[in-house]
Design a protein around this ligand. Sequence first.
Ligand code: SAM
Length: 364
Amino acid sequence: MDFYRILEKAEAGDFLETGEMAVLLNAPDEAAQQALFDAAYRVKSEICGRKVYLRGLIEFSNICTRDCLYCGIRRSNGKVSRYTMEIDEIVRSAALAGQFGYGSVVLQSGERSDPGFVDMVEEILFRIKELPYDLGVTLSCGEESMETYLRWRKAGAKRYLLRIESADEKIFQAIHPAGVLYQERKAALERLKAADFQTGSGVMIGLPGQTAEHLAKDIAFFREMDLDMIGMGPFLPQADTPLGVRYPDSPGMAQRRLETALRMIAVTRLVLRDVNIAATTALQAIDPENGRERGILAGANVIMPNVGDVSRRKDYQLYNGKPSLDENSAVIREKLIASLAAIGETPCFNLHGDPLHYRNRSGK
Ligand code: SAM
């Protein structure tokens, strides 16, 4: 079947086989790619409105026990100066998000499972609940036990982001050290759902050896796992990591990866329909002026502006070229409002912005 027939089927909401998704991901030319973005944006506008949900992002610690081969804050990267924000500082950042009207915050960190860390996150959640702002809280702290997930859920977090990174087991193993297991990451996602989190996952796009067929399988994985939220972005080689050293960018590669990431957002919107999809910072790293806006126009409906302290941001460099390193949160906010207005989108202030999919699947 040809590209446009499949695109029509996708826009109508018919079931797509992975082979059909791969045809869309391989849009044959620029006109086809634009038609794909337009169809996904129509579906996004119809289901989510021409509205964007906001989450204030707080990268509260870069201490990590893992050694993922792509990640700038991996345990073995001795060039990073390590930090964990004080609880008061984290709560102040959450309050700033509330003051800005962001409606939700994302607390992200490296991965730790020691009791001190688990207690600290719980304490932060209790403290955020006491703020005079009604904030939805998302956690993104990695793989934890069921007990920990349940404690954090009870303490007030209602969403959790845990990327599968690649749903292809071979690619997953190639980008992680031995001992980090695909099946364990998948099991952690299942625990999150069982703990009644609004559950999000995603992949990196443009990994070595990854084809459109792999990416189509990633979308099929999202569908099978019945996820509520998707956060994906281009893989960005980080110079101090094994993968960054082995696969440095050649000219034009980053732009191609950005376009692949946008096609991935579009096909994901067409297939999953009512989920929240983030236009991630990694898009902005490649196209600082319009990356996230292009993500919205390809079907995403969530943006996560940074609200943490500017001084910390240089130490939370998962990849090179991370944007907004010097801008304070108020400037980021003003620029975002203006750039969304320029594409006819309205930021939603003072709303949690729950994914419709969660409501539809859970009845809550
Ligand atoms: N530790 C938590 C976890 O593992 O889920 C959350 C923090 S982790 C740094 C957040 C995400 O950053 C990862 O899931 C990964 O997809 C992304 N990331 C890390 N290094 C990257 C790179 N070089 N390029 C693009 N994304 C990267």
